[in-house]
Design a protein around this ligand. Structure first.
Ligand SMILES: [Mg+2]
Length: 405
């Protein structure tokens, strides 16, 4: 008997959490924003219909859509609701992979016998249990591989009962109507490259022979092809849940307006946060920079990165730009910090087939090398991408910066 995998995905998770805590918000247009000066990070169905986009700055959204309700994210609440859902899934199956705060893969292969159900009614049972016990609406895709389950769950969102079962006989035909860009791991940029080969649908993608696939899209392309054909190639990883964000910040030894000093301090925090990110086997997609002034005013700006990363230099350029946007030479600052968010788990990293693999591997090797050096010689014995101004000699920092890369 082949494998069957379900992807359970909460519908507009942050908004649904807010509604669970405050039912008056039901059926109203609602956006969750990252901070009071941040951007839209979740939208209810009604807010989507108004045309509000993910990543829209709050001030712009309020200006254009004053009738929508905007709430600042409360990640603590979201995490606790997420835990309740994952607890139910783990109660159902020993093989659960928490893919993100609101998504999990569940191996349901043996469950149908245990619960005396078919795969569709099994999905319905999971959906009902999460609704009845937690009050969270979820969409579920069930199929023979993670890639197909993900596709099914994405599409299930627009169906009435929010469940799609892609069985063996159905899935091959199904791929004819699936745009290649919809497939997990094939992003917008790869779609363009596929189009140059005349490939528009998932069905055309899987029709290419292995030789061709390997030559043009490497091992990852081949994995995606077989996953789409219903072979379970990417395993379910039962790791503990990753952190939802990593924040690293500390007050300066004295108030300062010195930009280079603040920048170097920020670099120290980026390094420390990246080390924790690598330990958690995660990569981040979004970063934020936090500054606090002498009189406790707080500045925060965030940006989405082009590619997920766990490497200092891929983060510092954007972080420095954010810092520069907030910095004023006439202000005395008390602290600076970095926030890493929106994680991918490295172990189930899906192929962005278009990312510069050589550069990516180089960053990964360097990151690991830094961690090994520090394990051996102590923390902060190596520094990445510093400006030429020395950082204060605290906790055994070297006083002359070592440039690498
Ligand atoms: Mg979701």
């Amino acid at each position: 008997m082949g494998k069957y995998i379900a992807l359970i995905d909460c519908d507009s998770f942050f908004c649904s959490c807010e509604r669970k805590l405050n039912p008056e918000l039901n059926c109203k247009p609602l956006c969750v924003v990252s901070s009071e000066r941040g951007c839209v990070i979740a939208r209810s169905k009604e807010a989507k219909a108004m045309g509000i986009k993910m990543g829209d700055p709050l001030f712009k959204a309020v200006e254009e859509h004053p009738n929508c309700i905007y709430m600042v994210a409360n990640h603590h609440n979201y995490l606790s609701i997420s835990k309740q859902i994952m607890y139910i899934l783990k109660d159902l199956s020993p093989n659960v992979e928490i893919y993100s705060i609101d998504e999990a893969f569940v191996d349901v292969t043996g469950l149908v016998k245990v619960y005396n159900k078919n795969y569709y009614t099994m999905a319905k049972y999971i959906q009902d249990r999460i609704w009845n016990e937690v009050g969270m609406p979820v969409s579920i895709g069930i199929s023979r591989s993670k890639t197909l389950a993900k596709l099914a769950s994405d599409r299930a969102k627009t169906t009435k009962d929010r469940i799609i079962l892609l069985g063996k006989s159905k899935s091959k035909k199904y791929l004819q109507d699936v745009d290649a860009s919809e497939v997990w791991g094939i992003g917008g940029r790869l779609t363009l490259r596929l189009q140059r080969f005349g490939i528009r649908t998932a069905s055309e993608f899987v029709s290419k022979d292995d030789e061709w696939m390997k030559r043009n899209f490497g091992k990852n392309g081949l994995t995606t092809k077989y996953e789409l054909l219903g072979h379970s190639v990417i395993p379910i990883v039962n790791d503990p849940p990753p952190p939802k964000s990593i924040c690293d910040t500390q007050s300066f030894s004295e108030f300062t307006s010195d930009f280079d000093y603040i920048k170097n301090e920020l670099q120290v925090h980026i390094h420390s946060a990246c080390r924790r990110l690598r330990q958690a086997k995660c990569k981040c997609n979004t970063i934020g920079v936090i500054v606090k002034t002498k009189d406790f005013k707080c500045g925060f700006l965030e940006a989405k990165l082009e590619n997920p990363t766990d490497f200092e230099l891929n983060i510092s350029k954007t972080a420095f730009e954010l810092l520069e946007m907030m910095y004023s030479p006439s202000i005395l600052y008390r602290s600076v910090g970095i926030l890493l968010e929106d994680f991918n788990i490295t172990a189930n990293e899906q192929l962005n087939l278009f990312e510069d693999q050589v550069k990516k591997e180089k960053s990964e090797r360097l990151g690991k090398a830094i961690d090994r050096i520090e394990e051996r010689f102590g923390r902060n014995k190596i520094k990445v991408g510093f400006t030429n101004k020395d950082v204060p000699n605290k906790q055994g920092f070297m006083t002359s910066p070592t440039m690498i890369y």
